[in-house]
Design a protein around this ligand. Structure first.
Ligand SMILES: CC(C)(COP(=O)(O)OP(=O)(O)OC[C@H]1O[C@@H](n2cnc3c(N)ncnc32)[C@H](O)[C@@H]1OP(=O)(O)O)[C@@H](O)C(=O)NCCC(=O)NCCS
Length: 216
């Protein structure tokens, strides 16, 4: 396969936002947030910012989805909710049960880092992972982040699937660790409206209506 990172995603660190960029982002983000909201609403789900009282539910979901060595501590989750910025999110179904989460750290220097995410098994296959990632991306972009970092385990095929088939790009660097569980494919994405639009595969919202839960 001859695959190249789309040119707009290749932008290096974008210039710190001048008034023009801020204005563009100020008008771009609300309409894109609305598109994400409508897509998840069609799946009977709502996404909102994570609160401190969500922490027990998030830890419960983490315990269901991650092996013990990969689970963050209560303190780490607390730090993200308290100081990590607006990219920390939860997804709830119609009955208010927590069905997804996104942990993210946003730095004052205009950088944000996707730390960890999860979607409840009973909601698998509805593209909630993508919705959480996109909303966190938009929220931190509105907050001032211009560069997004993330990492994925090379054996996490579902995450790789989401990145390649839905975002359109998997990563640019493979960091190998003697402990395979710590090896990561690193991804860097500019946080600009142009780059967001360029990562266009996930923008075909029409396909969302056909997404349905997978019975596990
Ligand atoms: C990775 C993860 C977040 C994906 O969540 P999701 O909302 O189900 O993602 P999607 O709905 O986009 O599904 C991704 C693809 O995998 C498929 N898939 C998801 N769960 C599946 C399952 N249990 N069995 C078979 N296929 C599955 C989907 O059909 C989809 O393929 P498609 O785009 O061809 O339809 C979720 O599986 C998860 O929480 N995994 C455990 C924790 C983890 O690895 N987190 C990410 C790293 S921090």
């Amino acid at each position: 396969m001859n695959y190249q990172k789309p040119a707009a995603i290749c932008e290096g660190a974008p210039a710190r936002d001048g008034p023009c960029d801020s204005h563009r982002i100020g008008t771009f983000v609300p309409s894109e947030l609305q598109a994400v909201e409508e897509a998840v609403r069609s799946q009977g789900v709502a996404i909102r910012r994570m609160r401190l009282d969500d922490i027990p539910g998030v830890l419960e979901l983490v315990a269901q989805l991650f092996e013990e060595s990969a689970r963050p501590s209560r303190r780490e989750v607390y730090k993200n909710v308290r100081w990590g910025g607006p990219g920390n999110l939860v997804a709830q179904d119609g009955s208010g049960s927590l069905v997804g989460f996104y942990l993210c750290t946003s730095y004052a220097e205009g950088v944000s880092l996707g730390v960890m995410m999860g979607v409840a098994r009973r909601m698998a296959g509805r593209r909630l992972a993508l919705a959480l990632e996109r909303r966190s991306f938009l929220e931190t972009m509105a907050f001032g982040s211009r560069l997004r970092y993330g990492g994925v385990r090379p054996d996490n095929f579902r995450s790789l699937h989401v990145l390649l088939n839905q975002v359109g790009y998997v990563g640019e660097e493979f960091v190998v660790s003697p402990d395979p569980a710590l090896s990561r494919i690193l991804i860097t994405l500019p946080q600009t409206p142009r780059a967001y639009v360029a990562e266009s595969r996930w923008r075909s919202w029409a396909s969302w209506s056909s997404a349905s839960a997978i019975q596990t």
